[in-house]
Design a protein around this ligand. Structure first.
Ligand code: HAM
Length: 440
């Protein structure tokens, strides 16, 4: 047990962590362009928030929460999703007093006690956005499109938006009673989950994976929610679709789409890549802020599962060469080189280059092997010969080209040839820092 992580969790090792931070960087950058600001809320909240916010009849609240009593006997729950906590923070910090909509994004771990499988973990990660204060269909289209921008910036292809409207407290009760009326005569043929759904939330029956339940829905002519929308919801949905069309954001209507959380009203959607489970989903939640104790303010957002996004991304970029993480490896040719190497590495790092060296006094051959293994772009060889005139022998490991240059020219050369180096150099180097001459 000591050396085994809990079921449904994973270690993100350095090689994978690189891609995680690239994904996070892309999320931040696209959110910046859309003018969304970051929000960070606690990893655990009072259990009641999720019971009320996410919904008592959802799988999440019924069977997937990590709930515990703290030492003062308060019931707390590790957040199973991000929206409820963000809504609570919005209400508690009275962010609703502002004239402009509040537009936030978040990135972080979530916890659900689910059966672990590929792309389904107990500790998983989401990035997501939430917008408060605007009911305009323009925001629905913006939020749907924002994640498509993130995914296409990463180079992920084949993402489909499945779109539906799940109505509101005006149209849903009518739909519910119609579902009950049609399905009650065949209720005992439904699976046990759907029998309880029929009483509590019959809309969810559309989400059942059991083929017989789906066949029964067709047989009794159960209406989809989108066929039962009230005039306002119907008009809103038409305007959302028109906005998406105008902005060239592709989508497919899926009248059977039902989300697994109770707070949704009107627009609901999922991001789907064929061959994978849903990589993200979202929707409007116009009643949620009020339900959590705030004013009647509309909200909308989405969240994407980062493990799933990374899985799709990895599969689609398979042909790409792995990234170079080391710009320069300094090889010490002799004792004199070993004396000077740390200073050259320091000067390189201060210019913004990723630079490293041998700490173990290994042979020159072993140092070259290390440079290869670490996939360094350049090697700088330092020894007594170079020390005598303040130079280094710089070798480009890609082309094999080798030149003798003074320190400053060598570092400028590496900078100009490496991606990170091009953006770096923000820290001016100090006089004399880049010459080895005075240490001989
Ligand atoms: P959700 O559909 O429950 O929505 O989760 C969003 C995404 O998180 C899923 O599409 C999936 O990619 C990922 N996900 C969920 N559970 C797991 C898991 N056990 N392992 C790995 N990935 C998982 C929400 O959470 C809403 N809060 C989204 C939202 C934000 N709606 C409005 N604003």
């Amino acid at each position: 047990m000591l050396t085994q992580r809990p079921r449904g969790t994973s270690d993100i090792l350095p090689e994978a962590a690189y891609w995680w931070s690239e994904l996070e960087r892309t999320v931040r950058e696209v959110c910046r362009r859309y003018h969304y600001q970051e929000i960070r809320t606690p990893m655990f909240e009072h259990t009641e928030l999720f019971a009320r916010g996410v919904g008592e009849t959802t799988d999440i609240v019924e069977k997937e929460m990590y709930t515990f009593l703290d030492r003062a006997e308060r019931s707390l729950t590790l957040r199973p999703e991000g929206t409820a906590g963000v809504v609570r923070a919005y209400v508690e910090n009275k962010l609703f007093g502002q004239a402009d909509p509040v537009k936030v994004f978040y990135i972080g771990p979530m916890f659900r006690y689910e059966k672990p499988q590929k792309g389904r973990e107990r500790q998983f990660h989401q990035y997501g956005v939430e917008v408060f204060g605007v009911d305009s269909p323009l925001v629905d289209a913006e939020v749907i499109g924002l994640n498509l921008d993130i995914l296409s910036t990463l180079g992920i292809q084949d993402v489909h938006v499945e779109l539906n409207s799940v109505g509101c407290p005006v149209c849903r009760p009518l739909h519910k009673s119609e579902m009950i009326r049609r399905l009650t005569p065949v209720a005992n043929e439904l699976c046990s989950d759907c029998q309880s759904r029929l009483e509590r939330n019959p809309l969810r029956i559309f989400d059942c994976k059991n083929e017989h339940c789906q066949a029964l829905l067709a047989e009794v002519g159960a209406p989809t929610i989108v066929e039962s929308l009230c005039d306002d919801c119907s008009a809103h949905f038409a305007r959302v679709r028109a906005r998406l069309d105008e902005l060239g954001i592709p989508y497919e209507l899926n009248p059977r789409l039902v989300r697994g959380l109770d707070y949704y009203t009107r627009t609901a959607w999922e991001y789907v890549v064929p061959g994978y489970s849903s990589i993200g989903g979202g929707g409007r939640y116009n009643g949620l802020v009020e339900q959590v104790g705030g004013p009647d303010v509309p909200g909308i957002g989405f969240a994407a599962g980062m493990e799933r996004v990374l899985m799709v991304w990895e599969a689609q970029r398979q042909a790409d060469a792995p990234p170079r993480l080391l710009d320069l490896y300094v090889v010490a040719a002799d004792a004199c080189g070993r004396d000077l190497a740390p200073r050259l590495v320091q000067a390189a790092r201060r210019r913004g280059l990723a630079a490293d060296l041998d700490y173990l006094e290994r042979s020159v051959k072993a140092q070259f092997k290390a440079a290869d293994r670490l996939r360094a772009h350049f090697v700088a060889i330092l020894g007594a010969a170079e020390a005598a005139d303040g130079t280094v022998t710089l070798r480009d490991l890609d082309s094999g080209e080798q030149r003798v240059l003074d320190w400053s020219a060598a570092l400028s050369e590496v900078q100009s040839r490496t991606a990170d180096g091009r953006q770096a150099g923000t820290r001016p180097s100090l006089d004399g820092e880049e010459t080895g001459g005075d240490i001989q």
